[in-house]
Design a protein around this ligand. Structure first.
Ligand SMILES: C[S@@+](CC[C@H](N)C(=O)[O-])C[C@H]1O[C@@H](n2cnc3c(N)ncnc32)[C@H](O)[C@@H]1O
Length: 737
């Protein structure tokens, strides 16, 4: 949702007082009312009268904690099995103050049981030992990205996108990135436990808010992908992306597009309880036009292939932001239709979209209007308010409504399955637009300057020509946006100069790259040497080397990075490591890059290591080689200094049980070894393997916690919500850089 949380969530800030109460588990239900909200939604008949009280009761209850086991499929399944087979049984008979506390349960509609819900008061988490242990497991796994605390309803839209590894996907309003992560996981469905595939598909994750794109990048780094690009543009005006075609450059068309648009967010009332106080009908009214423009732009960017689809979603209950947007976009693009997905995810309880609604600008919501004409004629509405709504805020005429299948939209209400409120619509193209429509739409679009109309006509010709020759026009020429973006904070194109560095491909014979390849025994014949890039205009392999897949490469080579406001592309694989005194700096493989590089490394050069040595490497930062167990010790002592890859085999020893092989990067100095993974990842690994955090970082943290309990780095009684945690982490990252 787009109600950006107040920075720092500071006490005393507007809208936080009630939230603070709620955090203490003290529910003051008297505060949870808003007569405007009641009057408005009763008038919209969003639920039958008989359900109204249940609906309100649910809205007033705290939202259960939900989380998703994230990451590529195999890893997620392994971790999920740990929750199901180890944690849940240990929590099954947990009691607190003589009450049986229910263990977490799997959300029935989420595939493979990877999403969970639990509803446990904080005091239980703090004091009940089994829950406390489970909670710190979640906190650590969240920190390293294996668990994503995400609202249950927010997990729905990516499911209906049906993404496959070869799809070209656009996430138009992506930050902070919880749905982006789900899409990435689908693109990487073929990853194995230890190695990442290089999908042939693409994910362009976009957000118009520059700061939020950095949250998105930070968040997406948890599933590093050579198929990812992040852009910072106004989605309603997203430019066409050029790629080479058989007859010269053509525009890239997407197979799947997610429009999780900015919205008033009143479906999140259960967690953003400040909305109880501030809610008004104009919150949604003001967003309608931007939402329509984003959806219409998505329609123009979508592929013509059968099955290409758009998912439109909001966390708002307001029909003005939901059905009205879908209806208005369909009115402009009659070749699209809503898809009946009622047979998908049958355990997800939902209600059909509305066919009738009554907008208003009246802050008190005492009067709502049946039609635009009635609204415009009303003496109760002043002239400035009349300018705020358009005919599109209302349902189309009855005869048109019948043809739109609005009931195919999905409304999720809090009382149906103890969730937040949400809206999802799935749209597909039912037919190709007739040749003339594309050109006609462009020519009659009065909002466009003459120069653009001419270009659209040209583009239409290009598409038609390409289609008739190729038969199956995978990439068609989308039209230019119908309108220029609204000025204001949502539009970043006008935010002055773009400050990010460009990406430059380096030569496959670049000496730094070839040295990395040689030292790590990577096969240069199969490794995509031509897809390695750096982040500076000179193409200087000074610090970090990245890798991307072919489609990302093609986009970078054929488009101006400034026009796309390209904020991130591909994933890091190698980085410079300063040597000790008197030694030359060398490049090393990065933890996040290893899964991508691993399939190309000569198996024989990966050093086998034992569980005891793993414990030694986890326990201290720079253990001496002589502290390692034979034969691993000899094997590693015989290696040159620098970057190496080691493998711990799955199985049980007296030290640990590994449910799957573990492949990790290390750095060898003259006499010691270092495990080259992030200290939080090391803590999570330690908890997973040894049931306790034995790392130096963990011990320091525990000592600090004992000394000053209020300044703990990670507290066991707070499982950070994804967006919040990512924001905090990313702010630190942004500040550091
Ligand atoms: C509902 S939130 C998206 C949540 C995100 N999909 C997720 O699951 O984490 C809407 C996002 O739209 C962005 N936004 C607002 N106006 C936009 C525009 N014109 N173009 C692109 N993004 C926009 C906001 O910055 C916000 O991050």
């Amino acid at each position: 949702m787009t109600r950006h949380r107040p920075k720092g969530k500071g006490k005393g800030k507007k809208g936080t007082a009630v939230e603070d109460d709620r955090n203490n588990d003290l529910l003051d239900k008297a505060s949870f009312k808003n007569e405007r909200f009641f009057a408005y939604y009763k008038a919209q008949k969003i639920v039958p009268d008989s359900e109204w009280e249940d609906f309100l009761d649910a809205l007033r209850r705290p939202l259960p904690t939900t989380f998703r086991v994230a990451g590529s499929r195999e890893i997620a399944n392994v971790l999920n099995a740990t929750i199901r087979d180890v944690h849940v049984p240990s929590l099954s008979n947990a009691t607190f103050e003589d009450q049986l506390i229910p263990p977490p349960v799997q959300i029935p509609w989420y595939p493979d049981g990877l999403a969970w819900q639990f509803n446990v008061p904080k005091k239980v988490l703090r004091k009940q030992p089994e829950f406390k242990k489970f909670h710190s497991f979640l906190v650590f796994e969240t920190e390293v990205g294996n668990v994503s605390r995400q609202e249950g309803v927010s997990m729905i839209p990516p499911l209906f996108l049906d993404v496959e590894p070869h799809h070209k996907v656009m996430d138009m309003c992506a930050a902070p990135g919880s749905k982006t992560a789900q899409i990435l996981e689908a693109l990487h469905a073929q990853d194995t436990i230890t190695s990442s595939s290089i999908p042939s598909g693409l994910l362009v994750a976009n957000d118009s808010d520059n700061k939020r794109t950095h949250l998105l990048i930070h968040q997406s780094a948890r599933l590093p992908s050579p198929a990812l690009m992040v852009t910072n543009l106004d989605a309603s005006n997203y430019p066409s992306i050029k790629i080479p075609g058989p007859r010269g450059p053509k525009n890239l068309a997407f197979d799947r597009i997610l429009c999780d648009v900015p919205c008033s967010g009143d479906g999140t009332l259960r967690k953003n309880i400040g909305i109880w106080r501030t809610w008004g009908p104009n919150d949604g009214n003001g967003l309608h036009s931007l939402q329509v423009r984003i959806l219409v732009r998505a329609m123009r960017l979508l592929n013509y292939e059968p099955g290409a689809r758009i998912v439109y979603s909001t966390c708002s209950l307001n029909p003005v932001e939901n059905e009205a947007v879908v209806a208005a976009a369909l009115a402009q693009n009659s070749e699209f239709e809503l898809v009946d997905v009622s047979d998908r995810y049958p355990e997800l309880v939902r209600r059909p979209g509305l066919t009738d609604w009554r907008p208003t600008t009246d802050r008190g919501c005492t009067t709502t209007f049946e039609s635009y004409e009635e609204f415009m004629a009303s003496s109760k509405v002043d002239a400035s308010a009349k300018g705020k709504l358009t005919k599109g805020h209302w349902p189309p005429e009855e005869s048109v409504v019948q043809t739109l299948n609005l009931p195919y939209c999905m409304r999720i209400y809090p009382h149906l399955q103890d969730s937040g409120g949400f809206f999802v619509a799935v749209l597909e193209r039912k037919q190709r637009p007739p040749k003339s429509t594309t050109a006609k739409r462009a020519a009659t679009d009065e909002a466009l300057p003459e120069s653009k109309k001419a270009r659209l006509d040209e583009d239409a010709t290009v598409v038609d020509a390409a289609e008739s020759k190729e038969g199956s026009p995978m990439e068609q020429e989308p039209e230019e946006p119908a309108k220029t973006p609204r000025a204001g904070k949502e539009s970043s194109q006008s935010n002055g100069s773009f400050k990010e560095q460009p990406y430059t491909f380096i030569s496959p014979t670049d000496p730094i790259l070839t040295t990395c390849i040689e030292k790590l025994h990577i096969n240069p014949e199969t490794f995509p040497m031509s897809n390695v890039l750096v982040r500076n205009p000179e193409g200087d392999a000074a610090r970090v080397l990245y890798i991307c897949n072919d489609i990302v490469k093609s986009i970078i080579l054929n488009n101006s990075y400034e026009r796309l406001r390209l904020t991130a592309a591909g994933t890091k694989i190698f980085a410079k490591q300063e040597g000790g005194k008197g030694t030359e700096p060398q490049f090393r493989v990065l933890g996040e890059g290893l899964p991508v590089v691993l399939p190309y490394i000569d198996e024989k050069t990966i050093v086998d290591a034992d569980h005891r040595s793993l414990r030694t490497l986890v326990e201290s930062y720079y253990p001496l080689c002589e502290s390692l167990t034979q034969p691993f010790r000899k094997e590693i002592e015989d290696r040159s200094t620098g970057s190496h890859v080691i493998r711990f085999h799955k199985g049980t020893s007296e030290v640990a049980t590994l449910t799957h092989d573990l492949v990790l990067p290390i750095w060898k100095s003259n006499v010691s070894l270092t495990l080259m993974i992030d200290k939080k990842a090391k803590s999570a690994l330690s908890l997973r393997l040894f049931g306790t955090d034995i790392t130096t970082f963990g011990k320091e943290r525990e000592a600090a916690q004992k000394k000053e309990p209020s300044v703990v780095v990670v507290s066991a009684d707070s499982l950070p919500e994804e967006a919040e945690q990512v924001e905090a982490d990313a702010e630190a990252v942004i500040e550091e850089s």
